[in-house]
Design a protein around this ligand. Structure first.
Ligand code: FAD
Length: 285
């Protein structure tokens, strides 16, 4: 199903992100998580590709399981920085053979020890390539607090417009902890003529290591209110978890009240946390 059709109902969609298991674990190790997450009836579930050392091959198998066993729409992520056109074509063929027709087209992070391939330089080129093949709905990534490599916010928005012009039908945002950053970003997008649905990326922070890792990876700014909560409960894991969930719920309530197109929950494969959030906001959507 084309996910863009779902936005036409004018409600805020709630979607989840999951990641495949580490290369050393069997794919089946994630099935229990998928079963619990899909039981929460998200609009769709997206599956990362090779991120954080996970096996890229499993992306398709997990997306297929979500769609074909649990009957929830799935999006498979695909990156191009280390892939040739031929490898991307093979991955797309595999998606098609498994009835996956929604993809999130990404450049991927440039890894210092692995020189990038040259077939695709940016996600807009990958997006155009996938659209030219036909049969896929394509989404793209966006960065409310500006992509770390971008010269400035104007250049980043101009580049994002290229991705949308190349065929990205909706966008999913990087995580953020300050809703105002997202609202300011939405304004910049609309001024630049980017009018596709944009989902807000929300990550409930439930332990202290997660915050440090996330901030160093994506550069999200930490509002004083957030830091105060995290500092106060850093030595009390249960309280920190509950406070992290409460903070994420608070962000979601505000986003829904502001009529955002969707909330994309970075579940970190944690069904307990996803369930708590669904219970808190389910009736608001
Ligand atoms: P691009 O859109 O290509 O942008 C990268 C940089 O290049 C930006 O600074 C942009 O301003 C600039 N740029 C873009 N187009 C042009 C152009 N035409 N000319 C000049 N400059 C340009 N990584 C994974 O490895 N696996 C995943 O599954 C994964 N999932 C993600 C999901 C989401 C929702 C998000 C937000 C990120 C995800 N990432 C994932 C991380 C992502 O791969 C990195 O953030 C990567 O550095 C950028 O990818 P992109 O597709 O946004 O790149």
């Amino acid at each position: 199903m084309n996910i863009v059709e779902m936005y036409k109902e004018n409600k805020t969609l709630l979607s989840f992100e999951v990641f495949p298991p580490k290369k050393t674990s069997p794919i089946e190790s994630v099935y229990g998580v998928l079963e619990e997450l899909t039981a929460l009836k998200p609009a769709y579930v997206s599956v990362t590709y090779g991120a954080g050392g996970t096996a890229a091959d499993n992306t398709c198998a997990i997306a297929a399981k979500i769609k074909n066993t649990y009957n929830i729409e799935a999006i498979a992520h695909i990156t191009c920085v280390n892939s040739t056109k031929r490898q991307v074509e093979d991955a797309l063929d595999n998606f098609k053979a498994n009835s996956i027709d929604n993809v999130l087209a990404l450049r991927g992070d440039i890894v210092p020890d692995l020189p990038p391939q040259t077939d695709f330089r940016h996600a807009d080129e990958l997006t155009a390539f996938i659209k030219s093949k036909g049969g896929f709905h394509v989404a793209g990534a966006c960065y409310p607090e500006v992509h770390p490599e971008a010269e400035d916010e104007i250049t980043d928005i101009i580049n994002l417009k290229k991705k949308v012009d190349a065929g990205a039908e909706f966008l999913i945002s990087q995580l953020f902890f300050d809703n105002q950053c997202f609202y300011d970003f939405l304004k910049r997008c609309r001024l630049a003529g980017i009018n596709v649905p944009i989902e807000a990326g929300i990550m409930p922070v439930v332990n202290k290591n997660q915050i440090q890792r996330m901030v160093s990876l994506c550069g999200a700014s930490l509002p004083a209110k957030f830091s105060r909560i995290m500092n106060r409960y850093e030595n009390n894991p249960e309280a920190l978890r509950d406070a992290g969930i409460a903070y994420a719920v608070d962000q979601c309530v505000d986003l829904i009240a502001n009529g955002v197109s969707g909330i994309h929950l970075y579940t970190m494969n944690n069904p307990y946390v996803a369930r708590r959030i669904c219970e808190a906001i389910g009736k608001l959507l």
